[in-house]
Design a protein around this ligand. Structure first.
Ligand code: MTE
Ligand code: HPA
Ligand code: MOS
Length: 762
């Protein structure tokens, strides 16, 4: 079934916040951002700016009626700077004016005197300076100290992974209306309506029931609007509340890229020990997470890095240290994978290096160490319904790994300047918010007297197709036409205390809540229909394609008849239901517990061709066997997998975020920050579902899909590394992502100490 939003999108009929008509008295906002990464604010001079005709007011920190604090996990982030600025792009002052243009003109006339202080942009430097946002986090299992002496091979190294800009199509936007002189209604492009509500209430000093947040849909979030829509929503709420008129803020693309946080860059050290057969016995590593200037979601993201640091391998002795390092960059934030990809890159690099040292191929080590049923993860949970090995085997039998290797070897032996490389990339991703309490969702369902259905849920539609899936679920339970089902906007007045739409779990959480609600309503309807048909309470009545069946035989009653009759009999046709994932817990003291409802597995084989004269490359194919459980919307799920893979390989190859030493973003537009386009996408992408998989924890036995496939993209790094090795066999691969064509070029022709290479010696 197609994602029903698509038709409206291509026709331009879908309403985003910027499409909502606004009253004539609306004020437009423009923000003055800190030009420096670190400094003391001496003076903010508004005189020139306030004189610009059409300016209504300029807000600074002192105009905030409640708390000037938007931190979530740690209370360490001001909405508007007070005495100090800590990153380039930190909001300092807000102009409200009659038009967008006037607001910007006035904003440019604000002068701020700042005494410059030293800025730190590197996480290791931040660590050395004692700049940790939270104490070090340690996950461990087995006994790492004694394990080393059983190892035949021990290798160590360092890795770097870069940031990533979200490039959602719709930039950050918010529109706020004062309500009744005492409250506020905010339309926000957020993944987390309740978080926006909580933060706006805190800033305005209002109870949460006086702040209504509504999200029609968002033009992509990818994690960038899980926490980072809060500031813009709070700023518009502040202006609307103070000026008693609607206020609107849209970040222009350049500002959005420059001032919002990104995927966390990580710098990591690893040490891995194996026996002579390639069995991993010990793995010890330290992650230096570049958190930026405030905590944002960094501690939770660091948790997921630690959870996924062993990817889909069983490692009996492991010690992981995570350091959340404060730097003078915009606070980094959630990005599809939520720290998982950063952890998984390191173990893949460690395996690659170990294989190189042992003179074997990495996939020998990968395959040998894949998780099997009952193995325990380093955080204490056991692998249940573990399909890691099945996915690998299925991939091998469908695509013949050996044949692919042979054909690549053949190609490489007959080509001098073009080299092919391949890599296998297994994944394992835990499904559940790593904060246990967040694993809940609720829905509110109305059946109207004409038989149409309205559903409000905790989920936000961001292009991932949750609305289509929720419609499918309700249509299936009621057995009615899908056109009868409407998904309402996400709204805090209809659905309270919602977790953000994140962690790939919106279908699981909201879908399960919806199943409960629909079954409750169906029960009421069938009970009423039995009375109408003079049937006993225990007789078997069901609806099939809108028609009521009694003991398997069609009756004259249709959906619409039983709804209408129930309404006239004053049966309650509305219900609310909540779902909370059962059986999960995590003891943060000892870092052990059943953190996840289940895991998603899969394996990809990736082929690349490298032009060794120019350093440029092509991704020939990404072929995957992925465990979808039992997908109930293959079109959406395959789309999510394809999108995730392209986003993941973009991160690992060409998306290069560069800050200068002063903390200024050099890559602030599409002309200097390259994301994959259709030409860069793999020429062939084949995503096959693992057969006969099931998942009792998911809706109709499906599995979450939003984030896991992104991590197949990591394999592209190692496919390229293999192509580089084919050109220069003794090359010393440095594990620094993104592996841009420039980096490839420099590496291929670097004068490192290693001995001859086939090209240079020819
Ligand atoms: N797909 C689209 N089209 N747009 C998005 O913003 N976000 C991703 C993923 N897929 C995203 C997307 C992220 S980061 C997550 S966590 C999940 O969707 C969230 O939605 P889900 O819980 O419904 O999978
Ligand atoms: N994923 C996404 N968002 C989150 C998580 C997570 O695991 N934990 C807390 N917020
Ligand atoms: Mo996704 S990073 O959990 O929004």
């Amino acid at each position: 079934m197609v994602n029903t939003d698509l038709t409206k999108h291509v026709r331009g009929e879908s309403i985003f916040i910027d499409d909502i008509p606004v009253p004539v008295n609306t004020v437009y906002l423009s923000i003055l951002f800190s030009p420096l990464a670190h400094g003391k604010i001496k003076k903010i001079i508004l005189d020139e700016a306030i004189k610009v005709p059409g300016v209504k007011k300029i807000f600074t920190a002192k105009d905030i009626p409640g708390k000037n604090q938007i931190g979530g996990i740690v209370l360490d982030e001001l909405l508007l700077a007070e005495d100090e600025v800590t990153y380039v792009g930190q909001p300092v002052a807000v102009v409200a004016a009659e038009t967008q243009l006037i607001a910007r003109i006035a904003r440019n006339k604000i002068k701020v005197e700042i005494e410059k202080l030293k800025a730190i942009t590197d996480p290791r430097e931040a660590f050395a300076a004692g700049e940790l946002i939270i104490p070090p986090k340690i996950f461990s299992s087995g006994n790492i100290e004694t394990a080393w002496k059983d190892c035949d091979v021990i290798v160590d190294g360092t890795t770097e992974t870069g940031g990533q800009e979200h490039i959602y199509m719709e930039t950050q936007v918010s529109l706020a209306f004062p309500i009744d002189g005492e409250g506020i209604k905010i339309f926000s492009s957020t993944q987390g309506p309740t978080v926006v509500q909580r933060i706006a209430a805190r800033v305005l000093d209002l109870p949460m029931n006086k702040v209504e947040v509504d999200v029609p849909r968002i033009g992509g979030g990818f994690g960038g609007k899980e926490d980072q829509a809060n500031a813009w929503a709070a700023i518009t709420a502040l202006a609307a509340f103070n000026l008693k008129c609607p206020a609107k803020l849209v970040l222009p693309r350049e500002e959005d890229i420059r001032v919002t946080g990104k995927r966390h860059p990580y710098s990591s050290d690893f040490k891995i020990g194996l026996d002579k057969d390639g069995k991993i016995l010990a793995y010890e590593f330290t992650f230096y997470q570049n958190a930026g200037a405030a905590a944002d979601l960094s501690p939770a993201i660091l948790d997921r890095t630690l959870f996924h640091a062993a990817n889909s391998y069983f490692i009996p002795n492991l010690k992981a240290t995570g350091l959340c390092c404060r730097t003078n960059l915009p606070p980094n934030t959630a990005f599809r994978g939520f720290g998982g990809p950063q952890g998984m890159f390191v173990i893949e690099a460690a395996i690659f290096k170990a294989a190189q040292t042992m003179g074997i191929e990495p996939d020998v080590i990968q395959q040998k160490n894949l998780l099997k049923e009952g193995d325990s993860f380093h955080y204490g949970q056991n692998a249940v319904n573990c399909t890691a090995r099945l996915c690998w085997q299925s991939l091998d039998s469908k695509f013949q790994i050996k044949e692919i290797k042979d054909s690549i070897a053949k190609f490489n032996s007959s080509n001098t300047l073009l080299k092919k490389g391949m890599a296998l990339m297994p994944i394992c991703f835990g499904i559940s918010f790593t904060n246990t309490f967040m694993n809940q969702a609720s829905v509110l369902v109305h059946i109207y007297s004409d038989g149409s259905v309205g559903i409000s849920s905790a989920a936000v539609e961001m292009g991932q197709g949750i609305n289509a899936k929720l419609r499918q679920i309700a249509a299936k339970i009621f057995s009615v036409e899908i056109s009868r089902i409407k998904i309402e906007s996400s709204n805090t007045t209809r659905v309270a205390n919602a977790s953000p739409t994140a962690a790939s779990s919106s279908t699981d959480l909201n879908g399960k809540a919806l199943l409960i609600a629909c079954n409750t309503l169906l029960e009421r309807l069938l009970k009423s229909a039995k009375e109408d048909l003079n049937l006993k309470e225990n007789s078997f009545l069901e609806i099939k394609n809108e028609i009521v069946y009694s003991n398997g035989n069609p009756t004259k009653s249709k959906w619409i008849d039983i709804v209408n009759s129930a309404f006239l009999k004053r049966v309650n046709l509305s219900t609310q239901a909540q779902y909370a994932t059962p059986g999960i817990y995590f003891d943060k003291e000892i870092s052990k517990g059943n953190a996840f409802a289940y895991h998603v597995y899969g394996t990809a084989i990736i082929e690349t061709t490298l032009d060794c004269l120019r350093g440029i490359y092509r991704i020939d194919s990404v072929k995957v066997v992925h465990d979808f459980g039992k997908s109930f919307n293959k079109q959406i799920d395959i789309g999510q997998a394809e999108g995730g893979i392209v986003q993941g390989l973009g991160w690992i190859t060409i998306e290069d975020i560069i800050f200068d030493h002063e903390g200024k973003l050099a890559t602030n537009s599409f002309s200097n920050y390259k994301i994959p386009d259709i030409h860069f996408a793999p020429e062939e992408m084949l995503i096959l579902p693992l057969e006969n998989s099931t998942n009792p924890s998911g809706v109709f036995n499906s599995k979450a899909i939003g984030e896991p496939p992104l991590m197949y993209g990591i394999g592209v790094f190692f496919a390229l590394a293999n192509a580089m090795k084919a050109f220069r066999p003794n090359i010393n691969i440095s594990f620094s992502a993104p592996l841009t064509p420039e980096k490839v070029m420099l590496k291929l022709y670097s004068r490192s100490k290693e001995k001859s290479s086939n090209y240079l010696s020819q």
